[in-house]
Ligand binder design. Structure first.
Ligand code: TTP
Ligand code: MG
Length: 384
């Protein structure tokens, strides 16, 4: 019983309510504007009572809850708050696996001598989040990740649920199968059709049946139904490469369109590198042809970079040299990663300029979200 899962309650919305007391106790949603077909990123618990949910069109949310206050997504702020939350975790254990900005697993096996049992650590963390950050979190504690995550979800918001090993089966039996990590709506529906609604019922199915139905996931499900999960808490893995790819709805033969796609992919990869404070020394172009043949070609970069320009230029050279359209999939992966603070003696003037522009654009992204910034050339393309 030494895995803790912590998930902040209505994260983006709670941060906004904290910073604007007029919004406390009121239905609010953070997300895009209804008139520009925005969606709800998250809603305060007051708004959830009206049926407002994540990923719902904001226009629908407004219909369900006419008194809804709509706020834009302030990524920069949430990232800072997230860092503060993670810092609290770090004062109890180095074994932290962040799942998203507002959620992480902690393995406190080695910390119990110092701070007391997992339960005491979980309570201390919840209290500090409340006192130091004026936010509420739900805490789940169990013998493994699967159980800890179900536990934190069990009594949201401000929940605190401990499931010791000998209570695991009792806890699982009544839960609906869709609570299982990896079971989406479709799988849940197909299980429901054969009369399997709860994890208890799932446990009655033989391993062979699950393997026949779900392939290699069958065995994992079989274990989950018994409360077994051997996945370790993996502290932030070292990033070895950063890549993005896209599979087209139909095969693409037009080089211009491929270049356009590469430019977008390079932009996303570069942004990701900057978020991770990394630079890349090589660019790999990946192409899948309509017959599924996979081709990759790699090129070294003259100096490590995290800018879209040089990454795009290298990728499009590879494209011109090696690609024979039509293609089914195209991707860009940056490798040979190094930390940001690498000193380069000879700077290319163009790169220096691009760096300045990029850092200005990143500030906009932080403030308004990923999609607000597109290179002018992409915008022109979109309008065509
Ligand atoms: P969640 O933890 O799923 O949701 P939440 O913290 O808002 O609410 P809960 O109390 O149920 O945990 O996601 C964390 C944040 O991630 C959420 O505040 C907003 C963001 N998010 C999106 O931007 N889009 C989404 O579709 C979801 C689910 C979350
Ligand atoms: Mg949350």
């Amino acid at each position: 019983m030494h895995i803790i899962h912590i998930d902040m309650d209505a994260f983006f919305a709670s941060v906004e309510q904290r910073d604007n007391p007029e919004l406390k106790g009121r239905p609010i949603a953070v997300g895009g504007r209804p008139e520009s077909r925005g969606v709800v990123a998250t809603a305060s618990y007051e708004a959830r009572r009206y049926g407002v949910k994540s990923a719902m069109p904001m226009a629908t949310a407004l219909k369900l809850c006419p008194g809804l206050t709509i706020l834009p997504v302030n990524h920069h702020k949430y990232r800072q708050v997230s860092e503060a939350v993670m810092d609290i975790f770090r004062s109890y254990t180095p074994l932290i696996e962040p799942i998203s900005l507002d959620e992480a697993f902690l393995d406190v096996r080695g910390s119990e001598k110092l701070f007391g049992p997992a339960k005491v650590i979980g309570m201390a963390i919840q209290k500090r989040i409340k006192e130091e950050l004026q936010l509420s979190a739900s805490v789940g504690i169990g013998p493994n990740k699967f159980i800890a995550k179900l536990a934190s979800d069990y009594q949201k918001p401000n929940g605190f649920t401990v499931i010791p090993q000998d209570k695991v089966l009792q806890f699982l039996v009544p839960l609906p199968v869709n609570k299982i990590w990896g079971i989406g709506e479709k799988t849940a529906a197909s299980l429901n059709r054969v009369g399997i609604k709860t994890i208890g019922q799932l446990r009655d199915l033989p391993l062979e049946f699950l393997e026949g139905k779900f392939g290699k996931h069958g065995k994992i499900l079989y274990g989950f139904a018994r409360g077994e999960d051997t996945r370790p808490v993996e502290p932030e893995r070292e990033v070895k490469s950063v890549g993005k790819e896209i599979t087209f709805a139909g095969d693409i033969g037009d080089m211009e369109e491929l270049r356009h796609t590469l430019q977008e992919l390079a932009g996303k990869v570069a942004h990701r590198l900057r978020q991770e404070n990394l630079k890349s020394g090589s660019v790999m172009l990946k192409i899948k042809y309509p017959d599924f043949q996979l081709v990759t070609r790699t090129e070294s970069l003259p100096e490590p970079t995290n800018l879209a320009g040089p990454i795009y230029r290298a990728a499009s050279q590879l494209l011109a040299k090696h690609c024979k359209p039509p293609v089914r999939l195209i991707g860009v992966t940056c490798g040979k990663l190094t930390g940001e603070r690498q000193i380069t003696l000879f700077r290319d003037e163009q790169l220096v300029r691009e760096e300045k522009i990029t850092s200005a654009l990143d500030k906009l992204r932080d403030r308004y979200g990923e999609d607000v910034v597109k290179l002018a050339s992409l915008l022109k393309k979109d309008r065509k």
